[in-house]
Design a protein around this ligand. Structure first.
Ligand code: GLY
Length: 580
């Protein structure tokens, strides 16, 4: 048995327990299939407001708050709490996320409520005494949990921009759904059944996600403990979670079971308002998330790197355009791997990375006839840290002029799959988004750089890219996606199609996507990609690898008529666009 350098000997028993849990349950993460074959694109149009979320009951929770006089920010918060109930694989109250808010006056602000490393975290906490990464520790155990940001972040958004006077009112739809239950879909039933043995092994006490005989479609999922937790938050605000009864239970559980999060960590948690990344191109202005997200910078880089090229002369999925975008992706993701981390801890050279002449220079060795080489694009041995795919996004345009783009995550499906007895919510495993050891591959066979090394109270690098695009200074597009690093490329591809190609939102979302991230040197492409395109890219020297699906984009567009169009992703059966 190898012992972590980080854990003192007296905690050896805790480590043993953690390792047994980590090893005993082969995570079914890898078995996650594409969420069914694409069906009809879920498109809705409305005059005043539009919400697109990954679940109909999430969307409707937001509409309920709008009907009570709430604005887009209030509605967004109600959707998020409802998703913690009806979309527990990624919706959460013990995870984190990023929110972009555009006010009726056109001011765009970014709210960072990403999880933070606990105060007792350290650079080598996932290494054994030989300096080797201990498999599973940063994913499947309580050491994987970052200090959650969701409740504090949602409260901060409401405090600054909410219109509904009582914060607790925004939690009422979620409380009702948790208390009364809701019928689960076939997809959710399958997913819960797949994780059954993991839930059981990691939660040796009753929890609502394990069902004797297994789940089937339309079974009712009730979560009374979560309802009680939400009621406490509704009554006491974030204090219930960070200082009050929830904090107490959570910290006690951590202490007993070998986790790190203390009452002090919870009490000290703060979300941060940040200046969004802003990129002007043509008649458009793109706003997206700054560090600790890598999304905004990479997105802006790819927009600028492709800007001088006559893409419109060729169809979107032509060899010319796909090859060009892959090469822009290669360069943006190489920069991401070296330079990006939490800017509160690491001097991210944002200005230089977004400098137009730097970006033109980056493309100076672009060869339209040949795939580039990632060895040449960036010397060095650092590779990309890649996040998991189990994240989710909601796009909202409210009736009072507020637009919100919000991406949130527990990291893996259901986070670390551990619940604190009596509290009813899953804990994140976001610590795995740090580089456990620069230069050493993580669970996806990839490695990260020192910029994203673990430090107490630091935020782990993310790819979440909530994005808002203006056209001639007016709100035009609100969008985002789950998908780890493919979030960035998915958002990029939809933005490019809708802006430079004038494509309809639903067509842009349903078009097969591709993804390249510098390393490994391969291009993922979705089913439905024209075989001739795959052949021609291979002929240029790209290694083409099929992928069931890439990203699940949810977007709202303001049409020239002033109407709002919402579109979910046909790759995700439950995506739901509805307006009023
Ligand atoms: N955990 C996924 C991300 O933050 O990108």
């Amino acid at each position: 048995m190898r012992q972590s350098r980080f854990l003192p000997k007296k905690n050896f028993f805790s480590l043993l327990l953690l390792l047994l849990l980590a090893a005993s349950c082969r995570s079914p993460e890898a078995e996650e299939k594409a969420p069914q074959a694409p069906g009809a694109v879920k498109v809705a149009e409305a005059d005043q407001a539009m919400i697109v979320s990954p679940h109909p009951l999430g969307t409707r929770a937001g509409l309920e708050i709008l009907r009570q006089g709430g604005n887009g920010v209030d509605a967004t918060i109600a959707v998020q709490f409802a998703l913690a109930v009806v979309y527990p694989r990624a919706g959460n109250i013990a995870g984190g996320g990023f929110m972009l808010i555009r006010t009726p006056e056109g001011k765009v602000e970014a709210l960072d409520y990403r999880e933070m490393a606990p105060g007792a975290a350290s650079h080598d906490m996932y290494l054994d005494e030989k300096g080797e990464v201990i498999p599973g520790l940063s994913q499947n155990t309580l050491l994987a949990v970052g200090v959650p940001g969701t409740v504090q972040g949602l409260y901060a958004a409401w405090k600054k921009y909410g219109q509904i006077e009582d914060f607790g009112q925004l939690l009422q739809p979620a409380i009702r759904l948790a208390e009364e239950g809701f019928p689960i879909s076939q997809t959710e039933a399958d997913r819960l059944n797949r994780f059954d043995s993991v839930f059981t092994a990691r939660n040796p006490y009753p929890m609502p996600f394990v069902k004797q005989g297994g789940w089937k479609a339309n079974d009712i999922l009730r979560q009374p403990e979560l309802a009680q937790t939400l009621r406490l938050i509704a009554k006491q605000g974030p204090d219930a979670f960070y200082r009050g009864p929830i904090a107490e239970k959570l910290a006690r559980f951590m202490q007993k079971r070998g986790g790190l999060i203390s009452r002090e960590d919870l009490a000290a948690y703060e979300s941060v308002w940040r200046k969004p990344v802003k990129k002007d191109f043509r008649e458009y202005t793109l706003y997206s998330m700054p560090p600790p997200s890598s999304g905004g910078i990479a997105l802006a880089q790819m927009v600028e790197m492709t800007e001088p090229y006559p893409m419109e002369k060729h169809p979107w999925l032509s060899t010319y355009n796909t090859h060009l975008c892959i090469e822009a992706m290669r360069r943006a993701f190489a920069d991401r791997a070296f330079y990006l981390g939490d800017s509160d801890f690491y001097p991210v050279p944002e200005k230089q990375l977004l400098d137009d002449s730097y970006l033109r220079q980056r493309m100076s060795d672009f060869d339209p006839q040949r795939a580039g080489s990632s060895d040449k694009v960036q010397q060095g041995e650092f590779q990309l840290q890649m996040e998991s795919f189990e994240t989710t996004h909601t796009s909202v345009v409210g009736p009072h002029g507020y637009a919100v783009s919000i991406t949130t995550t527990l990291n893996s499906n259901y986070g670390c799959k551990i619940q604190v007895p009596g509290l009813g919510f899953f804990l994140n495993n976001e610590m795995d988004d740090f580089s456990a050891k620069p230069g050493v591959p993580n669970q996806f066979g990839l490695v990260g750089a020192e910029a994203n090394a673990i430090e107490p109270h630091k935020r782990m690098l993310s790819s979440m890219s909530p994005t808002i695009v203006e056209k001639d200074g007016e709100l035009f597009l609100v969008l985002g996606s789950p998908g780890g690093p493919a979030i960035i490329t998915s958002v990029f591809e939809v933005v490019m199609q809708v802006t430079r190609f004038g494509e309809s939102l639903e067509k842009a979302i349903s078009t097969p996507r591709y993804h390249h991230q510098w390393l490994p040197q391969q291009v993922w492409y979705e089913e439905g990609t024209p075989p001739a395109l795959i052949d021609s890219l291979e002929a240029l020297g790209h290694k083409m690898v099929p992928k069931k699906y890439i990203g699940l984009v949810k977007a709202v567009q303001v049409l020239p008529s002033g109407k709002l169009k919402g579109a979910g992703d046909p790759r995700q059966p439950d995506d739901h666009a509805e307006g009023m």
